[in-house]
Design a binder for this molecule. Structure first.
Ligand SMILES: Nc1ncnc2c1ncn2[C@@H]1O[C@H](COP(=O)(O)OP(=O)(O)O)[C@@H](O)[C@H]1O
Ligand SMILES: [Mg+2]
Length: 247
C-alpha cells in the first residue's frame, strides 16, 4: 500500500559492497516530494551507486530504498533517469525519436506507433528539442544529446527524476537551461528531482536539499546548512580544491 505523504525517496540504512570494497556505508535520508536534491561528493564516493539503489539496479547488502512509500523498482513508470552520458556509446545508430520512445517502452522500438511518436515529440518540445526528432545520435552535440536523454526521462511524466551528472561536458548556457527546465517541470507537476553534480555553486543556487556523500552521508539538509566548510572538508578533503569549486 502506498503511504499517504510518504517521502518521494526514502533511503534507509543502505550499505553496498562490491567485492571487498564498501562503497556505501549506512546511508539514510528522506527526500520529501517537490524537493530538488543535489548529491555532491568526490569521484568514487558512491553517488551513482546510490541512484542505482533507488532505481533497483543495485541491491544493497543491508537497508533498502523506497519511492513514495513503495519498494524501489516497483513502479518504474514513476521514475525518470538520465544516466551519466560519458558512458553512453555515441556511435549507436538510432534517431532521437527512437531514443525517447525507448523511455516509454524500456526497450528499443522496432517500429514506432503514432501515439508513441506524439508523446515523444511532446517530450522533445518540452525540452526545446523538437527539431532533433529525426537526427541520429552520432551527429548530436553533447548538449543536444543531453536534451534527448532528458526528453527520454520525462516522456512518461515521472514523479521523480534522477540525473547522474547531467551537466558534465555541457557548456555553461546549456547547464543554466537544464536547471531552468527542471524547475519548470517541477513547478507544473510538483515532481521531485535528485541530481548528482560536481557544481557546488549550482547546488547552492538551485537545490532545496543537498546530500554530501563520500561512502557515508556527511550532511543532508538545506544548502545553507550543509554546504559549510567543515561538512565539505570531511567529505572532500583536498579534492574540493582540485575541482576549483567556489562555495
Ligand atoms: N558494478 C560495480 N562493480 C564493482 N565496483 C563498482 C561497480 N560500480 C561502482 N563500483 C566502484 O564503486 C565505487 C563507487 O562508484 P560510483 O558509485 O560510481 O561513485 P561516484 O558516482 O561517486 O563517482 C568506485 O570505487 C567504483 O569503482
Ligand atoms: Mg558517478
Amino acid at each position: 500500500m502506498p503511504l499517504l505523504h510518504a517521502p518521494a525517496l526514502h533511503v534507509h540504512h543502505v550499505s553496498v559492497r562490491f567485492g571487498e570494497a564498501e562503497v556505501l556505508s549506512d546511508v539514510s535520508f528522506d527526500l520529501d516530494a517537490g524537493e530538488f536534491l543535489a548529491i555532491v561528493g568526490p569521484n568514487g564516493a558512491g553517488k551513482s551507486t546510490l541512484i542505482k539503489v533507488a532505481l533497483d539496479l543495485v541491491t544493497p547488502l543491508t537497508g533498502h530504498a523506497a519511492l513514495f512509500g513503495e519498494d524501489a523498482g516497483r513502479h518504474p513508470e514513476r521514475v525518470g533517469y538520465v544516466p551519466q552520458l560519458k558512458t553512453f556509446d555515441r556511435t549507436f545508430p538510432a534517431t532521437v525519436l527512437e531514443l525517447v520512445v525507448s523511455g516509454l517502452r524500456r526497450s528499443w522500438p522496432a517500429w514506432v506507433r503514432a501515439a508513441e511518436r506524439d508523446a515523444a515529440r511532446a517530450a522533445l518540445a518540452q525540452v526545446g528539442a523538437e527539431k532533433l526528432a529525426t537526427r541520429t545520435l552520432p551527429k548530436l552535440s553533447g548538449g543536444e544529446l543531453q536534451r534527448a536523454f532528458l526528453a527520454r526521462a520525462l516522456v512518461r511524466r515521472p514523479s521523480l527524476v534522477l540525473l547522474d551528472e547531467p551537466a558534465t561536458g555541457v557548456d555553461f548556457l546549456a547547464e543554466h537551461d537544464l536547471y531552468d527546465l527542471l524547475e519548470r517541470y517541477q513547478a507544473v507537476g510538483g515532481a521531485t528531482v535528485a541530481m548528482i553534480t560536481h557544481d557546488l555553486a549550482a547546488a547552492r543556487y538551485h537545490a532545496s536539499r543537498v546530500a554530501v556523500l563520500n561512502r557515508r552521508l556527511h550532511g543532508f539538509g538545506t544548502p545553507d546548512d550543509v554546504l559549510c566548510e567543515s561538512c565539505l572538508k570531511k567529505a572532500f578533503g583536498h579534492l574540493r580544491h582540485a575541482h576549483g569549486i567556489a562555495v
